[in-house]
Design a protein around this ligand. Sequence first.
Ligand SMILES: [Fe+2]
Length: 194
Amino acid sequence: MIKGNDQVLPGLQKLVQVLDTAVAGRSAAHAYAGVRAALPLLVGDAQVQLPALAYRPHPEHYARHELYCSREHGYCVVAMVWAPGQGAPVHDHDGRWCVEAVWSGQLEVTDWQLLEADDDAGWRFARGASQRQCAGDCAGLQGTAQYHSVYNPDPKKVAVSLHVYQRRLQQCTVFQADSNGRYWPRPQALAADA
Ligand SMILES: [Fe+2]
């Protein structure tokens, strides 16, 4: 919605203020830790109101709605909407840190540990812990070798999550498993949905 400027939507002033404080003048690692600590506290805060756009699902895949990008600090806030059963396969975050918090509904987030990166024979991953997250629960990725998958396990209810990226994420790598349990990387452009 907002393309690379620092216009703050009504209802997001407090969110932006808190995130600015969490990242200002800090290294990437400390900014990540600051956002990781701050974001869950903003879920359910009556002073933070997401725009109607942030609740709009897409019929074919989870929806991405960019809400804010900080020109000064570089971080970017994206709302994602997950209809029942919708998800994202194993993916990276293009080497940037990301903090996500469930805003409403629930999500299942699974960590994946990379065992072997072989573009000819297929990549191998070990499935790590899965976490069923409800509103206010938070997870994140930091560093270049981190992977997770996300889906909405609820049969009826749409889930909304708020994602803060170190920088606007324009592409990532997704991994689809074959019948032998090998994963094949594919670059995926990350567009905003209407
Ligand atoms: Fe992710």
